[in-house]
Design a protein around this ligand. Structure first.
Ligand SMILES: NC(=O)c1ccc[n+]([C@@H]2O[C@H](COP(=O)([O-])OP(=O)(O)OC[C@H]3O[C@@H](n4cnc5c(N)ncnc54)[C@H](OP(=O)(O)O)[C@@H]3O)[C@@H](O)[C@H]2O)c1
Length: 269
């Protein structure tokens, strides 16, 4: 980079899981970091570990991204502290397993705010700075759930379908500029996601073929750096993504519903 000022990677949902894996991997490349989530203690612990080990600037911003105005506050804090963001990782997200009426409407409002509204707002705010700076990268953490309707994860799947469409549309608007945008679409990944989504049947989760957060991050950074706009980590996941796009109608939906129910032990609850 031309200037000597530190340029930061800002990662939402950095307190654990895929977000923390992004932070560790980028820190190992001596990338200054801004870590965002609600759990201050986890963020401070990670900050101490990474800044001590790699000698890089690491800052913590505690924010609940379901709250109106949170994205603007994060952007304003970066501006006022003089932390230019060269890489934005919109990673924070949540799901809820079960049929639609199994959870209160308020849960879905929060999910839509976190999975849809926050990445749109953060992209809008930081993309404007990146355009002015003539450089920048954004990774939106989507999901394979974006590729087809997902019964028993209906709002989650729809939120990720929105995010995939949004990411790729804005990526196209940036073609021919130095700004790169990647939609990262992981399959099942071993993190706290499933427990947070209300799935406590750990036995089923242990036997499934999940990727590690580190493998997902490696694939994402490799794809971003080779100019791709979409990354589905893992060969089997890529095959399933293609199959998810095929056909439609009641039979496919019935089969999908059955597969999701069985995979996550929903019928047994
Ligand atoms: N794990 C999978 O199988 C999988 C598959 C496909 C896509 N994904 C996507 O990957 C992303 C990361 O998930 P993960 O698997 O790493 O799950 P995770 O372990 O549950 O981590 C979620 C992160 O989001 C943060 N977060 C949750 N609610 C938040 C809020 N209201 N405001 C700010 N931050 C919040 C959490 O931190 P705090 O609790 O400290 O706020 C945590 O750091 C999500 O977008 C998810 O949809 C996951």
């Amino acid at each position: 980079m031309a200037s000597t000022q530190a340029h930061y990677a800002l990662i939402t949902g950095a307190s654990r899981g895929i977000g923390a894996a992004f932070a560790k991997r980028l820190a190992s490349e001596h990338q200054p970091l801004i870590l965002v989530a609600r759990d201050r203690e986890s963020l401070e612990t990670l900050k101490d570990e990474l800044s001590r080990h790699y000698g890089i600037p690491v800052h913590v911003l505690v924010a609940d991204l379901t709250q109106a105005g949170a994205a603007r506050e994060i952007h304003a804090a970066c501006k006022s502290h003089g932390w230019p963001v060269a890489l934005l990782v919109n990673n924070a997200g949540m799901g809820r397993f079960g049929d639609l009426l199994g959870h209160p409407l308020e849960d879905y409002r929060g999910m839509i705010s976190l999975n849809v509204q926050a990445p749109v707002e953060l992209t809008h705010l930081f993309l404007a700075d990146m355009r002015d700076a003539g450089q920048g990268e954004i990774i939106n953490v989507v999901s394979m759930a974006a590729f087809q309707p997902t019964p028993y994860l209906a709002v989650y799947g729809a939120s990720k379908a929105f995010l995939l469409s949004f990411s790729e549309a804005v990526a196209a608007e940036c073609f021919g500029t130095p700004i790169r945008i990647l939609a990262l679409c992981p399959g099942a990944t071993r993190t706290h996601f499933f427990q947070a989504a209300g799935l406590s049947n750990a036995a089923i989760l242990e036997t499934s073929t999940m990727q590690t957060a580190e493998a997902v991050v490696d694939a994402a950074l490799c794809a971003l750096r080779s100019g791709k706009i979409r990354c589905v980590p893992g060969r089997l996941n890529r095959l399933m993504a293609v199959m998810g796009r095929l056909g439609g109608g009641r039979l496919k939906l019935w089969l999908t519903a059955r597969a999701i129910k069985r995979s996550f032990g929903l019928g047994e609850r």
